[in-house]
Each structure stands twice: as C-alpha cells, then as structure tokens.
Design a protein around this ligand. Sequence first.
Ligand SMILES: CC(C)(COP(=O)(O)OP(=O)(O)OC[C@H]1O[C@@H](n2cnc3c(N)ncnc32)[C@H](O)[C@@H]1OP(=O)(O)O)[C@@H](O)C(=O)NCCC(=O)NCCS
Length: 172
Amino acid sequence: MGLDVREMRLDETPLVIDYFHSSTPEHLEMLGVDPTRLPPREAWATIFNTLYGVEIEQRRGFFLIWLMDGDPIGFSSCDKIVFGAQANMHLHVTKPAERKRGIGTQCVRLSVEIYFQKLKIKQLFCEPNAFNVGPNRTLQRAGFKYVKTHMTVPGPLNFHQAVNRWLFEPPV
Ligand SMILES: CC(C)(COP(=O)(O)OP(=O)(O)OC[C@H]1O[C@@H](n2cnc3c(N)ncnc32)[C@H](O)[C@@H]1OP(=O)(O)O)[C@@H](O)C(=O)NCCC(=O)NCCS
C-alpha cells in the first residue's frame, strides 16, 4: 500500500468535520469527545477558514492528511502549539475497516517528521484517553515514550477523563 502524509488543504478539511459528525456515540465516547461540544458543521467550516488564514507561526491548529494510494484514509492534527517548542498531536484512521493494519503506525511516523520540520518543535505530546487501546499501542510502536496517566479535559471537544501522556523527542 502506498501511504503518503502531507499538509491538509483547506478544501480537504470537511474530512475532519464529517468524521466527527458521522461518528457513533460509542466511538466519540472512546475518543473522550463530548458530542454536545462538536461545533455545528457550518460553524466548524468557518473555524477552518479562519485557521488557514493565519501564518503557520501563529496557528492554533495544524492539520495533516493521511493518504493511501492517493485516497484520504485518515488525518492527524496538532493543537496547543508553542511554535519552536512543543505541540500536542491527534491521530485518526477515518475508515474503521482500515484500522489495525499498520497504517496508523506508519502515518504517525511520517506525521511526526512533518511536525518537527514545520513547527520547529523540540517535543511532541499526545494524550489519548487511557482506555482507548488503539492510539496508546500505536504511539508506543511509533516511538513515543510513556510519561504519565492523569485526569484532565484534554481539549475543547472533550469531557473530563483519564489520559495517558506520551512524548516524542528526536534522538540527540
Ligand atoms: C489509533 C489509530 C489511528 C491507530 O491506527 P491503526 O492503523 O489502527 O494502528 P496500527 O495498525 O498501526 O496498530 C498499531 C498497534 O496498535 C494495535 N491496535 C490498534 N488498534 C487497536 C485496538 N483497537 N485494540 C487493540 N490493539 C490495537 C495494533 O494491534 C498494533 O499493535 P502491535 O504494536 O502489537 O502490532 C486507529 O486505530 C484509529 O483511528 N482509531 C480510532 C480513532 C482514535 O482512537 N484516535 C485516537 C484519538 S487520541
């Protein structure tokens, strides 16, 4: 399979909106996402328009698209970006049938390279729900180190939950 990861274009961001809005309540629960906190589709599109109008150094979010043989298969994003220092990553294979085939691990590795290059970061964190096995296993396989488990509200879409903090730092 030919996997490719690159910066998501603005016209591709409906992938993100559709993914969350078409997810089952059970899937959102696994992600730690509160469905009442999802922005309505049109409002979310406006948020993306504004985001993409900002220079990368000032961006609050940065999105990558994952492609298999040229077709979208998933995406990753960063938020809590401190340009030149650190950011928090998210990861999603959008088609359930394509999960657990090695795509996530490969695409996370490729995404990490892009984040370090584009955001000039020194540290990349990821904090999946502690009970969500998929990302926790994938992050370990992709070279992230476990830091700790703690209770937090990870982001504006999330409810209060236990998360595992993982950290990627390039070898010195
Ligand atoms: C998390 C996700 C991106 C990982 O991508 P993936 O393509 O499924 O991951 P891989 O196939 O590379 O699997 C990597 C490892 O995780 C394991 N794994 C993945 N999903 C798993 C699951 N649901 N249950 C148990 N193990 C799982 C794989 O078996 C593999 O283990 P190994 O290292 O022993 O071989 C994908 O499962 C996904 O999109 N899940 C739903 C969205 C999500 O939970 N996102 C995280 C939000 S923070």
